[in-house]
Design a protein around this ligand. Structure first.
Ligand code: ADP
Ligand code: MG
Length: 392
């Protein structure tokens, strides 16, 4: 599958409307506290301008205004930051559709326009075709460069592409290429799974079972698997209704010759927030819960990663948000960063946050910007925002 990209489009003299992901964190005074997403969109914006576009009209959502105007979620601070990054003025409109917006686009001397928060209108998230038609009427061509919302059939991410010539931007292209290399990967292929729930990751497991050589499983989801093997898990987080499924996955893997490695020791506490007792154990006692994988598990996991050519990492190995439970996630993150000549792909919002927190993101092949979108991609689902873009 190879989609039309901005490199295939003639922008000269055209108005291009680009769906970007400017959903950035803001502080209480509505200052942008992390501009990584704005920075990430700059290459696409600059490219389209260099190719002679008459206007670049940018649109995004910001936060969760739930279909109403929320003054604290206006795009003005984003426009300010973007102008600084581009080194040119950015015209920010007070709404994202309507005659006044159209008029501003026509009359402004500036080349770059940023529309107001799309989610001030409930029609954005319902994928209303009239609303997407209004957005489309502002421009001649459409570009989608917002991977994080590509799994949603919203007006600006999907429906609009039905009424304008459409392509994907550089960010989206990189996500699709990199995540595709985690779906059809060079072997040996090792998948590290962790995080909160087995149920969140079933799709990834079943889609990639035929492709992977090994799975390493940590995080809370490991306890559902361990329990399905009859091991003591104390009061660790377990999905009781997924124990049978976990058992089936283990059997399935065995019959396919896919190895699954579960933790062999654990950091356990009696209470997550105020632990009176903290210990490393091989067998979890009653009343204790696993909050991180133990040192012997970390060793075992590193051993299994040593010869990999491709690694997909999705899900932290422990409650990494707390420093005292972060060792497993941190050590594996460092180990992945130290591997050379290995394709390492990170999917999932919390895993990406962990890679950033431990300062290894830039040393890995690709850290997906799309939490839910990356998981759906890895499950083998066709994301509506990508599916709607024509093939080359
Ligand atoms: P991702 O967003 O990367 O797909 P998930 O959302 O599945 O990851 O899981 C992340 C969450 O899992 C984190 O908030 C982390 O604290 C939690 N977690 C990891 N290990 C454990 C554990 N042993 N017990 C409870 N929660 C855990
Ligand atoms: Mg998550």
């Amino acid at each position: 599958m190879s989609k039309v990209t901005i490199k295939d489009v003639d922008f000269s003299g055209k108005k291009a409307i680009i769906r970007v992901d400017f959903n950035v964190p803001l502080d209480k005074e509505s200052n942008v506290t992390d501009d990584a997403r704005i920075k990430a969109a700059v290459p696409t914006i600059k490219y389209v301008l260099e190719k002679g576009a008459a206007k670049v009209i940018l649109m995004s959502h910001l936060g969760r205004p739930k279909g109403k105007v929320v003054p604290g979620l206006r795009m003005d601070p984003v426009a300010k930051r973007l102008a600084a990054l581009l080194g040119e003025g950015v015209e920010k409109t007070d709404d994202c559709v309507g005659d006044r917006v159209k008029e501003r686009i026509e009359t402004t001397a500036r080349r770059v326009v940023l529309l107001e928060n799309l989610r001030f209108h409930p029609q954005e998230e319902t994928g209303d075709p009239h609303f997407s038609g209004e957005l489309a009427s502002l421009a001649d061509v459409y570009v989608n460069d917002a991977f994080g919302t590509a799994h949603r059939a919203h007006a600006s991410t999907t429906i609009i592409a039905k009424s304008l010539p459409s392509s994907i931007g550089f960010l989206m292209e990189k996500e699709v290429n990199c995540l595709s290399s985690a779906v059809s990967a060079d072997k040996p292929y090792v998948i590290i799974l962790g995080g909160a729930k087995v149920s969140d990751k079933i799709g990834v497991i079943t889609n990639l079972m035929q492709k992977a050589d090994k799975f390493i499983i940590g995080g809370a989801m490991a306890y559902t698997f361990l329990k399905s093997k009859g091991e003591a898990v104390g009061s660790s987080r377990v999905e009781e209704d997924k124990i049978e499924l976990a058992k089936k996955i283990l059997e399935d893997a065995e019959s396919k010759g896919v190895k699954i490695f579960l933790p062999i020791d654990h950091l356990v506490v009696d209470n997550i927030d105020n632990p009176k007792t903290k210990d490393v154990v091989e067998t979890i006692p009653q009343g204790f819960m696993g909050v991180d994988v133990g040192p012997r598990s970390i060793q075992l996991f590193k051993e299994q990663l040593k010869d990999a050519r491709t690694v997909l990492w999705n899900g932290p190995l422990g409650i990494f948000e707390k420093d005292s439970y972060a060792q497993g996630t941190r050590e594996i993150a460092f180990y992945l960063a130290s591997l050379s000549g290995v394709t390492v792909i990170v999917g999932g919002g919390d895993s990406a946050a962990a890679a950033k927190k431990f300062g290894v993101a830039s040393k890995l092949t690709h850290v997906s910007t799309g939490g839910g979108a990356s998981l759906e991609f890895l499950e083998g689902k066709e994301l509506p925002g990508i599916a709607v873009i024509p093939d080359k």
